[in-house]
Write a protein that binds this ligand. Structure first.
Ligand SMILES: [Zn+2]
Length: 236
């Protein structure tokens, strides 16, 4: 059973799916619920012939329904669903706008990047993220989400290609905004976290490990070289 690790739960599928019959998965099709509530209930209803591979909620939660190796019943076309991973997204407002929350869009970007990575797409060009209305007479995924699909694909592409964060050497704080400060007249480096306001000296062994980790990840070391006079600005 293939389910993204980003899914934090599932809803019942009641066997509402088919084999993909060997069809290669080439794209993601985001749909909208056309409603701020009830979409998950409809999909989970054993008497409603509708299902999706994933659901995304307004709070950014991702849930799975039909495992990826199976074709969900989402688009109304065997061929289209067979080659797609389908995602049903909760609206944050009703029509005519049918908005979708920023958190839901961020979750969709993450899910697409995860799918692209696992299916070795290499990149996420616009044709890999398509709207239901391109395949059937429907307004889905709505006037708010549909024009955003291109930028959603571009964001997923950027996420796919971003270098992995360096694995933190043991003892290093998990600070997203860590900046290193080096005094030029002393062979001393301080780790500075502007958001936490914390500073601490780094020993030679840890400093060499940090430089290796950033280098291995292809990341520029965030470092400020200071003169002795400047260091007082940083309180070191
Ligand atoms: Zn749809």
């Amino acid at each position: 059973m293939t389910v993204s690790a980003l899914a934090t739960g599932s809803i019942k599928h009641h066997n509402k799916y088919n084999s993909r019959d060997g069809t290669t998965i080439t794209r993601v099709i985001p749909h909208h619920w056309a409603g701020t509530s009830g979409g998950d209930v409809t999909l989970a209803d054993p008497n409603r012939e509708a299902s999706a591979n994933y659901l995304i909620f307004t709070d950014g939660t991702i849930k799975s329904q039909v495992p990826e190796e199976y074709r969900a019943w989402t688009t109304g076309s065997w061929e289209v669903d067979a080659s797609s991973i389908t995602v049903e997204i909760q609206n944050s407002t009703n029509g005519p706008e049918w908005k979708v929350s920023d958190k839901a869009i961020a979750a969709l970007v993450n899910l697409i990047a995860d799918i692209a990575r696992r299916y070795k797409w290499g990149s996420v060009p616009a044709w890999r993220v398509r709207g239901h209305r391109e395949f059937a007479a429907t307004a889905c995924p709505g006037p708010y989400l549909f024009p955003k699909l291109g930028s959603i694909a571009a964001s997923a592409d950027a996420k796919l290609k971003a270098p992995a964060k360096p694995s933190k050497p043991s003892g290093q704080e998990e600070d997203e905004d860590m900046i290193f400060i080096r005094k030029d007249n002393q062979n001393k480096v301080y780790a500075w976290s502007p958001s936490k306001g914390s500073k601490r000296p780094i020993g030679t062994t840890e400093w060499n490990a940090i430089k290796r980790a950033y280098g291995a990840a292809g990341l520029k070391l965030p470092i400020i070289n200071t003169t002795a006079a400047e260091t007082k600005h940083f309180g070191i």
